[in-house]
Design a protein around this ligand. Structure first.
Ligand SMILES: NC(=O)c1ccc[n+]([C@@H]2O[C@H](COP(=O)([O-])OP(=O)(O)OC[C@H]3O[C@@H](n4cnc5c(N)ncnc54)[C@H](OP(=O)(O)O)[C@@H]3O)[C@@H](O)[C@H]2O)c1
Length: 393
């Protein structure tokens, strides 16, 4: 029986992991011993009751929580997740925190766990090779959960030849068919209705701008060491990704789009143990479309800065800030790209002397993130000022 810690246990990936753990083979082979949230105490309390957890982490200290509850240690505050991960020393840590804070959680889990099942893409996007090298140095294995990267990981099992090209597929997101001129006025509630996947709020907005695909391009580049990456739209998301070899042969990963499948695979690897729906190929059409970069300028920008971890970090930070503002109704959907573009350019000027360097420490990664957020907030206040002036014209 393997022990498991889930960071971000109250989120979309966290909850789907709990569903996987409730299925027969996983119930018999894994024991959940810890988890973390940002503020969702109710979820943690239920899990402590159900799984008799050893430790939990809660970042928000709004609640007056005791040091322990039913023999479960409760860590609180900014370092709560890292402390809970280290206290539990689980065989496997599954990192499903959203956003930049996941970087620290991944690094802590590499210290104590043998296997890291990684949903938090920011860990690789914002640090470049830093996190992967740390895992390599300590002899730990990282299994990607993102469906596209899980697909490529699976497609390459048993291959001795590196593919020449990776093709990442994208659904196109919630506003893929909206006329371009209407994008400016689209509301958060429309953007949050994804045609295929049910996910957390940020990733759903990022899917509509294809910022998420940009983050996945960065992630694929570092995970698989291949620069030749293309993105194609596969509307129903049944093709999770493709690799192409020197002889022109494509290998493609096809299945029902459901995150429980890659989550389960990351836990049971190298075996497949999750019993799930079996689609019939005769009922399916496999179709791809090219990406229109006028609709998805952020993806074009992502390709332009691929391989530069400082600018990738800025790209992510600016997007996190912009999406929060968009969801609060403070900027327009199309402003998200403007915030990212201007932030990346500003950060490039600031860090240009060290621009091609790899990150050497977590502190350096945090420094770029903090600076980029400051720049992004400044860009947003300029956008708001201009918008107000336009109203008076
Ligand atoms: N959802 C998907 O289908 C999917 C697919 C592929 C990859 N991913 C990646 O998986 C990660 C998680 O996505 P998600 O959709 O599951 O997100 P989500 O539903 O928003 O859940 C985020 C989880 O992280 C916790 N959290 C948020 N901020 C935190 C912080 N600063 N410190 C500690 N914990 C924090 C949240 O706790 P509270 O509940 O207390 O806020 C929640 O448990 C992201 O990196 C995403 O890109 C997701």
């Amino acid at each position: 029986m393997k022990t498991l810690f889930i960071a971000g246990v109250s989120g979309s990936i966290g909850k789907q992991t709990l569903d996987v753990l409730n299925s027969q083979w996983f119930k018999e082979n894994f024991r959940l011993i810890g988890g973390s949230v940002y503020s969702n105490w109710n979820d943690l309390e239920n899990l402590i009751d159900t799984y008799h957890l050893q430790a939990v982490g809660i970042v928000d200290d709004l609640y007056d929580l005791p040091e322990s509850y039913k023999e479960c240690r409760i860590f609180k505050g900014l370092d709560a997740v890292e402390n809970a991960i280290k206290y539990c020393e689980a065989d496997i840590s599954l990192i499903a925190t959203s956003g930049f804070s996941g970087v620290k959680h991944t690094l802590s889990s590499i210290d104590v766990s043998d296997r890291i099942c990684l949903a938090n893409k920011e860990s690789i996007v914002c640090g470049g090779n830093f996190v992967l090298n740390y895992a390599k140095k300590l002899g730990k294995i990282i299994i990607p959960i993102d469906s596209e990267h899980s697909a490529i990981f699976q497609l390459l099992l048993g291959e001795v030849t590196r593919p020449e090209k990776i093709i990442l597929t994208a659904s196109g997101g919630s506003v893929r068919d909206l006329p371009l001129e209407k994008l400016e006025s689209v509301t958060p509630s429309v953007v949050l209705k994804h045609p295929v996947w049910e996910m957390g709020q940020r990733i759903t907005v990022d899917s509509a701008t294809m910022v998420n695909k940009g983050l996945e391009v960065f992630e694929a580049y570092y995970l698989f060491g291949i620069e030749n990456i293309e993105v194609l739209i596969n509307r129903d998301s049944h093709v999770h990704s493709i690799v192409q070899f020197c002889d022109g042969v494509f290998k493609m990963h096809f299945g029902i789009p459901n995150m429980k499948v890659p989550i389960a695979f990351s836990l049971s690897y190298p075996e497949r143990r999750y019993d799930f729906n079996k689609p019939s190929l005769a009922d399916m059409k496999i179709e791809f479309e090219k990406v229109d970069y006028n609709r998805y300028p952020s993806l074009k920008l992502a390709f332009d800065i691929l391989g530069n971890p400082i600018l990738q970090n800025a790209f992510n930070a600016a997007d996190e800030v912009a999406v929060e503002n968009f969801l609060r109704g403070e900027i327009k959907f199309t402003d998200i790209y403007e915030v990212i573009y201007k932030t990346v350019n500003e950060v490039e000027k600031m860090f240009s002397p060290s621009i091609s360097l790899e990150f050497r420490s977590l502190d350096e990664i945090i420094k770029v993130d903090k600076h980029s957020r400051k720049v992004a907030k400044k860009v947003i206040s300029e956008i708001n000022k201009n918008n107000k002036m336009d109203q008076y014209k």
